[in-house]
Write a protein that binds this ligand. Structure first.
Ligand code: ADE
Length: 233
């Protein structure tokens, strides 16, 4: 997979993309990630990427040219006709684990970081862009949303996680939240790990985990169970 990230604030994304699971995905060649600084696609002395909105009002709007020029630059190096272009925006459809799975099989993702009030709407007339939101709250920065989306996708790519079963048991892989986990020491300040987990009895452990997943989901996220029921009908 190739991921391009277009941003006016490349420093926000560079370090997180060089750590942990995303680093592993890059090192293993599962994904190549290119970060583009929108200011490199300006031609004024101040490298201006935003401007006042026509019609007035508070806030600044990201200009169309830096995005367009950067996308043209990428298009000059590789075919972007099959790429998915995703604009980080609170007005998009809410990102979810199923969207992460859907995107994880794409060859090329182009993540566009909106900022301030938004982006000149004409960009949407030039390119087939989908807005994506990571939740019903407003961030000052599309960069953080791009990192969330990149992380959730890269960990699903083949050979990135040591144990892909670990992803299958994740919360949101199905309708159940994940079970509680314990690690050493077996006794910490008098708190013992549940006996079943140290029994070595795989079937009993699996049954215990499933019971905990159901209990936790019923208590905290009954909406997930309802949603799964409705989807199955
Ligand atoms: N930019 C600002 N808020 C956002 C959100 N909730 N999701 C994605 N991008 C955003």
């Amino acid at each position: 997979m190739r991921i391009d990230i277009l941003t006016g604030f490349p420093d926000i994304v560079r370090q997180p993309l060089a750590q942990s699971i995303i680093k592993k995905g890059r090192d293993k060649g599962a994904v190549t990630i290119h970060v583009h600084n929108l200011r490199d696609y300006t031609d004024d002395r101040h490298k201006t990427i935003d401007d006042y909105p026509y019609g007035g009002g508070p806030g600044m709007v990201l200009k169309v040219e830096p995005f367009d020029r950067c996308l043209q630059d990428i298009a000059g190096r590789c075919d972007i006709s099959r790429a998915r272009l995703l604009m980080m925006s609170p007005r998009g459809a809410t990102f979810s684990q199923s969207k992460a799975v859907e995107l994880s099989v794409q060859e090329h993702l182009i993540l566009l970081c909106g900022h301030y009030k938004g982006v000149d709407e004409r960009l949407y007339e030039l390119y087939p862009i989908e807005d994506v939101s990571i939740g019903d709250y407003v961030l000052s920065s599309g960069e953080i949303a791009a990192l969330v989306i990149t992380d959730s996708i890269v960990r699903l790519l083949p050979n990135v996680l040591k144990d892909i079963e670990s992803a299958w048991s994740d919360s949101f892989h199905d309708e159940w939240l994940d079970a509680p986990y314990y690690t050493r020491p077996e006794n910490y300040r008098g708190l013992k790990v549940p006996d079943v987990l140290t029994s070595g009895h795989h079937e009993r452990i699996a049954a215990w985990r499933m019971k905990k997943r159901r209990e936790l989901t019923e208590k905290r996220r009954p909406d997930l169970i309802e949603k799964a029921k409705n989807n199955k009908i």
